[in-house]
Design a protein. Structure first.
Length: 353
């Protein structure tokens, strides 16, 4: 199956909640949406007396992604990510102020709606992540990926998309080794929490950021349960305009399909770039990265693929890509019919006596 959808709530959506966005995606004839938890803040408060014995899922109007609980002795508070945890006196709730959903009840309702409408859910973690450098930033990045996985599980997401960070002072080889340890730890936590979504590693569009295709595939090969997220705009920019022909996309598919079997998750948009570095996304029609060669490649390979529009036009370009793919398919079918008719005509004519 080939799915198209926006990276966020459609711009044309009158409401700005995820429920509104989900309904609009379906109305537009699209079948995927990537939830953007890219700019979020956490507020903290103590559990009230009325909430003791409840779980974060039971709290209405708030979305607790972590509970801070005192430990014995002088050890620091333990951060617990478990929406089924029974709350105790003295617990501190870490509340997500995203404005996208209000509580766990709404997440459960959205999961049911997405199933009914056959819409593929995914989540994108905060943009700035660092699983290489270590220290407090890496700790916070790890926490963000974990609670996105937890929320993704509640909503029925299939992929949790994330970047991995700058190379910084490390060589590419050393950065990869450090990443493997941190990604494996997150993967193990996902398994322990029975999170069904795969952790998706997105290719990057800048030379200083970890994530060319070979690096992303290396992580996926060495850590099971991790999947590549092919951002074609990023790869095009990093290659300084390298994706022009169908064969260019086929090379990416050939490499990726050795690791992922017939189910790809991707991003597409136009892009401005300079010296192998992405500057900004653009509408598809304004960039030199064309969708038609990719559409040809998708049909050639007969694969399941989800294509998320990261374009400033979001749902408009998601629908534009869908139209292009349908045009390519129609041309192919018409060509096949002409060839069949021509072949049939020759057989009917037969040989002269």
């Amino acid at each position: 199956m080939i799915r198209f959808g926006p990276g966020g709530i459609p711009l044309s959506c009158k409401g700005r909640t995820l429920r509104d966005g989900l309904e609009d995606v379906h109305t537009l004839g699209l079948t995927a949406i990537e939830v953007q938890f890219v700019r979020v803040n956490l507020n903290k408060r103590y559990v009230t007396e009325d909430e003791i014995g409840l779980t974060p899922r039971d709290i209405e109007g708030e979305l607790a992604v972590q509970v801070l609980r005192k430990q014995k002795g002088k050890r620091p508070q333990e951060g617990i990510m478990n929406p089924g945890l029974k709350l105790k006196q003295g617990d501190v709730l870490c509340l997500l102020a995203s404005g996208i959903v209000k509580d766990y009840k709404e997440l459960a309702e959205l999961k049911e709606i997405s199933k009914e409408l056959d819409i593929y859910f995914s989540i994108h973690t905060p943009y700035y992540m660092d699983l290489i450098g270590g220290g407090e930033i890496t700790k916070k990045s790890t926490e963000s990926i974990k609670w996105c996985g937890m929320l993704g599980n509640e909503i029925g997401a299939k992929v949790i998309v994330t970047h991995l960070g700058l190379y910084g002072r490390y060589s590419r080889k050393k950065a990869l080794e450090r990443l493997i340890l941190n990604v494996r730890q997150i993967r193990d936590w996902y398994k322990k929490q029975k999170i069904s979504a795969n952790l998706g590693i997105e290719t990057s569009g800048k030379q200083e950021v970890f994530g060319d295709l070979d690096e992303v595939l290396s992580v996926c090969k060495r850590v099971s349960g991790v999947t590549p997220v092919l951002n074609f705009a990023h790869m095009h920019a990093r290659g300084n305009g390298s994706l022009k022909k169908k064969e260019d996309f086929q090379n990416i598919f050939d490499d990726t399909l050795k690791t992922v079997k017939n189910d790809l998750y991707t991003h597409f948009s136009g892009v401005e770039y300079e010296k192998g570095n992405e500057k900004r996304y653009t509408p598809i029609k304004k960039g030199d990265l064309k969708f038609e060669p990719l559409a040809e490649c998708i049909l050639d390979n007969n694969i399941n693929i989800t294509i998320i529009s990261g374009s400033p036009l979001l749902e408009h370009d998601a629908m534009y890509m869908k139209v292009i793919l349908e045009r390519v398919l129609t041309r192919r079918e018409a060509k096949a019919m002409r060839a069949a008719a021509k072949k049939g005509g020759k057989k009917k004519g037969g040989k002269k006596k």
